[in-house]
Design a protein around this ligand. Structure first.
Ligand SMILES: [Fe+2]
Ligand SMILES: [Fe+2]
Length: 150
């Protein structure tokens, strides 16, 4: 048993993950300077190994539920806080953007957990719990970068 809210949240989360891959990669190539080295590396690793993997897990779950992940024409960009800074040395604004986005992602996966519980869909619930743990780890990682830059 599933319901429309679960499908809607899976589709929304898929779009967010794909948008994150673009923004993390772009920011990692915009940022310059030795100090930002670790932040650049982390953005690339998260984009390639974590956020893209999340998108694929969500797309797979959607197809198991007989639904589809959105493609680009159905997609609406929303991550204003992850637009790259004017100043390529401004790693702090990127770090703050990442923390803000990870908070949004945490909210989305919490909403998905609740919707999946209500729809009696433990497989989607498990997936959302697993991804939620990754997003909380990303938030902690960038909070620790923030302390270094203060
Ligand atoms: Fe993610
Ligand atoms: Fe993340």
């Amino acid at each position: 048993m599933t319901n429309d809210e679960v499908i809607d949240l899976l589709r929304q989360a898929y779009g967010d993950e794909i948008e994150t891959v673009m923004n993390y990669l772009t920011n990692s190539y915009v940022l310059q300077g030795l100090r930002a080295d670790e932040v650049r590396g982390s953005l690339r690793t998260d984009a390639r190994q974590e956020e893209l993997a999340h998108a694929e897990q969500l797309a797979e779950r959607l197809s198991e539920l007989d639904a589809r992940a959105p493609a680009s024409m159905e997609f609406e960009a929303t991550q204003e806080s992850l637009q790259p800074p004017e100043d390529p040395a401004d790693a702090l604004s990127v770090i703050d953007g990442v923390i803000e986005y990870e908070e949004d992602a945490i909210e989305t996966y919490r909403a998905l957990i609740t919707a999946a519980q209500e729809a009696n869909d433990p497989v989607t619930e498990d997936l959302a719990v697993e991804i939620l743990g990754d997003e909380e780890a990303h938030r902690a990682e960038f909070k620790s970068f923030r302390r270094d830059f203060e």
